[in-house]
Design a protein around this ligand. Structure first.
Ligand SMILES: Cc1cc2nc3c(=O)[nH]c(=O)nc-3n(C[C@H](O)[C@H](O)[C@H](O)COP(=O)(O)OP(=O)(O)OC[C@H]3O[C@@H](n4cnc5c(N)ncnc54)[C@H](O)[C@@H]3O)c2cc1C
Ligand code: FES
Length: 334
């Protein structure tokens, strides 16, 4: 069953199935709705309910304040329709060049251990995997009522392969299930989503900055760069921050990318004192700050990781180094 949704900011209408979220149905219809995390955390997808009934998947989602709740504001990524509705999105979205998101069944094919708590999970669908490097998908896992977002570490392909580098969260509802899945297990995959995808028009240098599980989309960006035809690549500076020496990985995956070759510089850093570590200790944005001044004037910046890391890096780039907003691309991980 589907309901008709009238959206006032764009003056557009779309159908939304009773089991779909208003945000995702609008994006499936090709509307440029405002969003970022798809997970209830950022608040970018807020809307005002003018008429009709909705059901909230996660009423306590942190993306809404008490003030929002008092003003009949809801999160489009957490709202399913229970009738035809009239809504007005609060934020302004941007048109994306990415494929439209779809829901498909997928099967776990294999897993690859990268560190003590990070694995690359490889899922397969029976249709081509269509997405831009750096985007993410939502996984529905058997037994878990809410979906979780995971970023693809690979690039689009006709074989229907979707790879995700995922960090196990101690006591985490989704990752506990994921790390127990065996090859052959079915999941539902909904995507692609995300605005932090590789921009191919510019022939600038690229800086990738990852914290923890933010490695996945940054590896996806690097793999996308490796496959770009045409212009020779500029420099690729890849920063990766972990807590201790055990967390640092990714360089071997990057060194396997033939086109990156000499253009690639890998800069790891750990935040905890660690006797096994001979490199820099500190936060990843402190290492980025050491780039020469010219690097900030010329590069496109991609970053992924937890909100405190994203905020520190964005503050350094935009306030500290005057990098314009259209050269900083990120989706925060909530
Ligand atoms: C855009 C994006 C991309 C991401 N990419 C990756 C990636 O590539 N690799 C990776 O390891 N992690 C990634 N994450 C983080 C990932 O989605 C999970 O938050 C993480 O795996 C922990 O999940 P968990 O269920 O094990 O932990 P939990 O601590 O149980 O839950 C984690 C998160 O799930 C959400 N949540 C909690 N309760 C509910 C509820 N009732 N309904 C809906 N949502 C709820 C909240 O956002 C919470 O912070 C990404 C997150 C986002 C937003
Ligand atoms: S809270 Fe809906 S997109 Fe982030």
């Amino acid at each position: 069953m589907a309901y008709r949704i009238q959206e006032g900011r764009l003056g557009a209408a779309f159908d939304c199935a009773a089991d779909d979220a208003l945000l995702r149905a609008g994006l499936r219809a090709g509307l440029p709705l405002a969003y970022e995390c798809n997970a209830g955390g950022c608040g970018t997808c807020k809307f005002e309910l003018l008429d009709g009934e909705i059901v909230e998947a996660w009423p306590a989602a942190p993306g809404l304040s008490e003030r929002d709740r008092g003003r009949r504001r809801f999160l489009a990524c957490q709202s399913r329709p229970a009738s035809d509705c009239r809504i007005r999105m609060i934020g302004r979205g941007e048109a994306a060049e990415a494929p439209l998101p779809v829901r498909v069944g997928a099967t776990l094919e294999s897993v690859l251990d990268l560190t003590h708590d990070m694995r690359e999970f490889r899922f397969a669908t029976d249709r081509p995997a269509a997405f831009l490097p750096g985007q993410y998908a939502l996984l529905s896992l058997p037994g878990l009522p809410s979906m979780r977002a995971y970023s693809m570490s690979n690039i689009a392909n006709d074989a229907g392969e979707w790879h995700f580098i995922i960090r196990r969260v101690r006591g985490g509802a989704a990752t506990s299930l994921l790390f127990d899945l065996r090859p052959g297990a079915p999941v539902t995959l909904d995507g692609p989503y995300g605005r932090a995808y590789l921009r191919t028009g510019a022939s600038r240098n690229v800086v990738c900055i990852a914290g923890g599980s933010g490695l996945s989309p940054m590896i996806g960006i690097a793999r996308g760069l490796d496959r770009l035809g045409g212009e020779p690549l500029g420099s690729v500076d890849f920063f990766y921050g972990g807590r201790s020496a055990d967390d640092i990985c990714g360089e071997a995956l990057l060194r396997n990318l033939p086109r990156l070759g000499e253009s690639l510089r890998f800069h790891p850093i750990v935040s905890n004192e660690d006797s096994r570590w001979t490199g820099r200790i500190g936060m990843v944005h402190e290492l980025v700050a050491d780039l020469p001044k010219e690097a900030f004037a010329e590069a496109d910046f991609y970053l992924a990781g937890p909100p405190p890391m994203a905020e520190a890096v964005v503050s350094l780039l935009s306030r500290g180094r005057a990098v314009p907003a259209d050269r900083i691309h990120y989706d925060r991980f909530f």
